[in-house]
Design a protein around this ligand. Structure first.
Ligand SMILES: Cc1cc2nc3c(=O)[nH]c(=O)nc-3n(C[C@H](O)[C@H](O)[C@H](O)COP(=O)(O)OP(=O)(O)OC[C@H]3O[C@@H](n4cnc5c(N)ncnc54)[C@H](O)[C@@H]3O)c2cc1C
Length: 332
């Protein structure tokens, strides 16, 4: 029969690995199931993670995280979970390769940023094409920046990027602009140029974007693209278990990363947090602490902590002895 783990973490990205380190160090039997597509892999130099003044590759952060989690006895397997069901005291998960059982479940499955619908720019992702101003605004200071999109968020992105560079253009890529009057007024007030032409091609060399080429002969020289097409939240497992989602599809959690379903937790970009590595790591740690406390309380209620202690004593054959102080002799 399949073993029942104390905790199963679905997703071995930043949030999942951080949780695994905490749970391993709390001496919990934790299994991380990961399909291997963390977004962190896309970032060649993470500059905003505490403790790396010269930056660190996202891939290296993940590799070190896995080594650290395994050092504390967390198990990590490669699989993709397809479905999940709740039983009275555990969850059953079915992956492409195997089935798993866990008393507590942490969903740290992340999201997918939709890339712009422009051919041939995939290789520029993380080098000269970005999704996140908080991660990448600083590195494009003073450069020529195109914001691709058609809605209010696109306009606000363009306005916020003015803090980093005076040279910002909005490109709707042939789509109808859907921003409201206020946003249109801001575009005018700040004299941000708008191109409504369809992008035919992107001129780039060695992952560095050089220009956008529009249908017809027009083109515009730029250095960086930011895109605001939206995200897909990997929330299917939480949905299947009946957890509440917000209107965007993010899994609702409380401060301890508890979802609305008992024994089910969520952390990282699949929750309403700002999608940043250090926040995902913090949320993973917070979820792990809450899960550990939850299991502790359960072990007190079921007396399994007592049995666990007896097993340890059996193994070591030692019982802590309390030594009484010897009575002092009275001086004559
Ligand atoms: C191009 C790019 C650059 C970025 N740069 C920065 C930056 O400089 N600084 C910063 O702070 N953030 C950056 N980010 C964001 C950062 O990558 C995320 O904040 C972080 O990875 C979120 O961690 P997470 O654990 O929530 O999700 P992820 O790290 O994406 O991990 C989710 C994991 O879950 C797995 N998974 C999903 N579904 C299943 C399933 N059904 N079964 C098993 N496994 C599953 C995935 O394979 C993946 O490994 C960047 C993102 C991108 C795309």
């Amino acid at each position: 029969m399949t073993k029942t783990h104390e905790v199963i973490v679905v997703g071995g990205g930043i949030a999942g690995l951080s949780a695994a380190i905490y749970l391993g160090r709390a001496r919990r039997d934790v299994l991380v199931i990961d399909s291997g597509h963390s977004m962190a892999k896309w970032e060649p130099v993470v500059q905003n993670y505490l403790g790396f003044p010269k930056g660190v590759a996202g891939d290296e952060l993940l590799k070190n995280g896995r080594t650290q989690a395994q050092h504390y006895d967390a198990r990590i397997v490669r699989d993709e979970i397809k479905t999940v069901a709740a039983r009275k005291s555990f969850f059953i998960l079915k992956g492409k390769r195997k089935a798993y059982r866990g008393k507590r479940l942490l969903i740290a499955t992340g999201i997918f940023h939709l890339p712009p619908e422009i051919p041939g720019v995939k290789q520029c992702l993380g080098h000269s094409m970005f999704f996140c101003k908080d991660c990448d605004g600083y590195r494009v200071r003073g450069k020529r920046i195109a914001i691709i999109g058609q809605n209010d968020e696109t306009v606000e992105y363009a306005l916020e990027m003015l803090h980093y560079s005076a040279c910002v253009i909005v490109v709707t890529n042939g789509k109808r602009a859907r921003w409201d009057r206020q946003h249109a007024r801001w575009l005018e007030e700040y004299e941000i140029p708008v191109s409504r032409k369809r992008i035919r091609d992107v001129d780039h060399r060695k992952r560095k974007i050089r220009a956008l080429e529009f249908a017809g002969e027009a083109s515009v020289k730029i250095d960086y693209i930011f895109t605001t097409r939206g995200d897909i939240f990997y929330n299917q497992l939480a949905k299947k278990l009946g957890a509440k989602l917000d209107p965007d599809g993010q899994i609702k959690v409380d401060q301890s990363m508890r979802t609305t379903v008992p024994r089910l937790y969520a952390a990282g970009c699949v929750t309403p947090a700002n999608c940043q590595m250090i926040i995902a790591a913090g949320q993973g740690a917070a979820a792990a602490q809450a899960i550990n406390r939850d299991l502790f309380e359960e072990s007190l209620a079921s007396h399994s902590l007592r049995r666990f202690r007896h097993e340890q004593l059996e193994k070591k054959k030692t019982v802590p002895e309390v030594s009484e102080p010897k009575p002092r002799r009275r001086k004559k």
